[in-house]
Design a binder for this molecule. Structure first.
Ligand SMILES: [Zn+2]
Ligand SMILES: [Zn+2]
Length: 250
């Protein structure tokens, strides 16, 4: 399984990075986790516009899904041979309606479904191409999911956006790579059920027995080194900051 960081900026894009988007590949299948602001442009560094096989949206905050509107244009008005076939899109209840509203003037209310095959995510286990995935609700002001992706006996767990919660601990149990948000700074921002800070990301990784921790979703106004230091104080395994275009063989 190969993970590529397409975008990792939290809440809004930075000069260096698009918002949340991660490409997971195995057996020639490409699964994209989230498509936040600016992700569609960055994605084209890594694969062709039409090379994705499935998309998972952790939740419907703009920094995780808004470039789906741009991707709708690319698929619906395709210039080289007609409309694209629908690609599976896994997202929370109401994903189609939210994206249609965000786009504002799709040719009809059902236009999105002509190029996106929407599936409603619930806490469950299912298959996406060659991947076995498990989703769990995490702790955020809107319906939000963390996802564990398994292939060939290896696992990747992506937190999405969340505060501290038991479901995330379970989702990341013994995972090979834990891609975990750390949007807040310990001692500075303390709002429960919204985001993790670096220390909480490290503590979650420790409780879960994760083998490797990659911190992501750090907003441009937050010092990443501070969050990295705090995570290292709480987790003795390898920890690093996600960066655009970084790749991991899992
Ligand atoms: Zn976010
Ligand atoms: Zn969010």
């Amino acid at each position: 399984m190969k993970l590529t960081v397409v975008g990792c900026s939290g809440s809004f894009p930075s000069a260096e990075s698009a918002c949340s988007s991660y490409l997971v590949e195995a057996d020639g299948f490409r699964l994209l986790l989230d498509m936040g602001n600016g992700a569609l442009g960055e994605l084209q560094r890594h694969c062709g516009l039409y090379d994705l096989d499935a998309i998972f949206l952790s939740h419907l905050h703009a920094d995780h899904c808004i470039d789906m509107c741009a991707y709708f244009v690319a698929r619906y008005y395709r210039h080289d041979g007609g409309r694209c076939d629908p690609i599976p899109v896994y997202g929370p209840e109401g994903t189609e309606q939210r994206l249609t509203t965000a786009y504002a003037d799709t040719p009809s209310a059902s236009s999105m479904s002509e190029v996106f095959d929407f599936h409603t995510v619930k806490p469950s286990s299912f298959e996406i191409g060659p991947f076995s995935v498990h989703t769990e609700k995490v702790s955020h002001p809107v319906e939000a999911y963390g996802i564990r992706v398994e292939h060939g006996g290896r696992s990747l767990t992506y937190s999405g956006d969340t505060g501290v919660c038991d479901t995330l601990d379970e989702l990341a149990r013994d995972t090979d790579l834990f891609l975990c948000e750390a949007a807040f700074t310990h001692g500075k921002e303390n709002i429960p059920d919204l985001h993790l800070n670096g220390r909480e990301a490290g503590e979650t990784a420790t409780r879960a027995g994760a083998r490797r921790l990659v911190l992501t979703h750090i907003p441009p106004w937050t010092d990443p080194q501070t969050n990295l230091d705090h995570a290292r104080e709480a987790f003795t395994g390898p920890v690093e900051l996600a960066s655009p275009r970084a790749t991991y063989d899992i």
